[in-house]
Design a protein around this ligand. Structure first.
Ligand code: 3PG
Ligand code: MG
Length: 437
């Protein structure tokens, strides 16, 4: 058994779900070395973006390759479970995982077969024809309505296909679904290599970090990240706020933000975050200068850099300015750990990616020099770091969207909690259904 990883304080986990969560999970190292002929159900997240029938980003397929290859090399029959899109309990040919058989096979350099259901007699028959080391993708778990309802009957029927359950889908771990949570009650359960790497990185970033810790939080709206900010204040020494959401905090401090995106109705929440941060000894950093324009377009003629106190009524903030980047960089230089979610400006439109790219490069350089543990996550954040070309230099970049955000809110992820149960697979409290779809 590996050393325990502390992911959540047991008490808060207990409060939230009413069950005891042992802060441990098993990995592929805890499976028998020789798995010849054993059937291993592997939950992956093959919910990949598609454009005109082709995969536009295969990161999620790639991230599952090490686990699939390792289990197959150890002689197991590998049965891949995943959702794909939101078919709402119906079969839809455009959301069939059959579409991913060939791309996965090419990435693995091994044959992959397709099984037309993720449970039931047909699937059982198909599995009995498989030989040690072979790999199959089972059809979309969300073609069954029991998946999102976390129906124990469906979980049990999927579990009946395998001897072991491996979850390698951190990005789907915020869903308490039959294939991510319920199934772990019926089979001995393990974290795959990608899940393991993710949990170890998150542990280093927030649960048990080297101090001082900085968080960079950006993105358009405060309203989507109030819970994140509330949780971070209690955890980090420096909270650096950029992106559209900084405007709401600037406005709460009396700055006239002109036409900028700003949630004025959240002034009360912003002030309460300032007060809570002060009480917790967390320093909040806002930009001193910003990049403004009269219209939101690429390289607009009205573009200029301004002190935050000099924004005209017809201007809007579209990025943070160079002095702010320098000040934020100075903060990062004093820190040992960084967790980053959200871009600092409207990064998809040039030149409003400038600050995000500049600060990301500085964080990457500090990481490379060895002084900083840097962890980032979220869809836009990953896109921004890719744009800056620094993804490989960060300590860890999570490909998860919703799951990363819920983790940053300090919430227990049901798919992770299910792996942390070390005993009594079938005597837990009944599963809960999340309504966040
Ligand atoms: C994701 O893409 O964020 C995960 O695969 C979860 O998908 P969902 O948001 O449809 O549950
Ligand atoms: Mg999602």
């Amino acid at each position: 058994m590996r050393d325990a990883l502390r992911l959540r304080p047991a008490a808060s986990a207990q409060d939230e779900r009413g069950i005891l969560q042992l802060a441990k999970f098993r990995t592929l190292d805890d499976l028998p070395p020789d798995l010849t002929g054993k059937r291993v159900l592997v939950r992956v997240d093959f919910n990949v973006p598609m454009q005109d029938g082709a995969i536009s980003d295969d990161t999620r397929l790639r991230s599952a390759v090490p686990t699939i290859a390792e289990i197959s090399d150890r002689g197991a029959i590998v049965l891949l479970l995943s959702h794909f899109g939101r078919p709402k309990g119906r079969s839809r040919p455009d959301m069939s995982l059959a579409l991913l058989v060939r791309p996965l096979s090419e990435l693995l350099g091994r044959p992959v077969r397709f099984i037309e259901d993720c449970q039931g007699p047909e699937a059982e028959r198909a599995v009995t024809t498989m030989t040690p080391g072979s790999i199959a993708i089972l059809e979309n778990t969300r073609f069954h309505s029991g998946e999102e309802q976390n129906d124990p009957e469906l979980a049990k029927a999927m579990a009946a296909l395998g001897d072991y359950y491996v979850n390698d889908a951190f990005s789907a771990a915020h869903r308490a679904h039959a294939s991510t949570e319920g199934i772990a009650r019926f089979l001995p359960s393990f974290a795959g290599r990608a899940m393991q790497a993710e949990l170890e990185a998150l542990e280093k970033a927030l649960e048990n970090p080297e101090k001082p810790v900085a968080a960079v939080v950006g993105g358009a709206k405060v309203s989507t990240k109030l819970a994140v900010l509330g949780h971070l204040i209690a955890k980090v020494d420096h909270l650096i706020i950029g992106g559209g959401m900084a405007n709401t905090f600037l406005a709460a401090r009396g700055v006239k933000v002109g036409k900028s995106l700003c949630e004025h109705q959240l002034t009360g929440e912003a002030n309460s975050i300032f007060a809570q941060a002060e009480a917790a000894g967390c320093t909040i950093h806002l930009p001193y200068d910003v990049v403004v324009a009269k219209e939101f377009a690429a390289n607009p003629p009205s573009l200029r850099t301004a002190n935050v106190h000099e924004i005209a009524a017809d201007e809007m903030i579209l990025d943070i300015g160079p002095d702010a980047v320098e000040a934020f960089a100075d903060v990062l230089k004093t820190c040992r750990t960084l967790v980053w979610n959200g871009p600092l400006g409207a990064f998809e439109t040039p030149p409003f990616d400038t600050a995000t790219v500049a600060l990301a490069k500085i964080a990457a350089a500090l990481t490379k020099e060895g002084g900083l543990v840097s962890v980032a996550g979220g869809g836009d954040t990953v896109a921004a770091l890719n744009l800056a070309g620094v993804t490989p230099d960060f300590t860890f970049v999570s490909t998860a969207g919703g799951a990363f955000l819920e983790w940053m809110e300090g919430r227990t992820l049901p798919g992770v909690a299910a792996l942390q149960q070390q005993q009594g697979w079938d005597d837990h409290a009944p599963g809960h259904v999340d309504s966040d779809l």
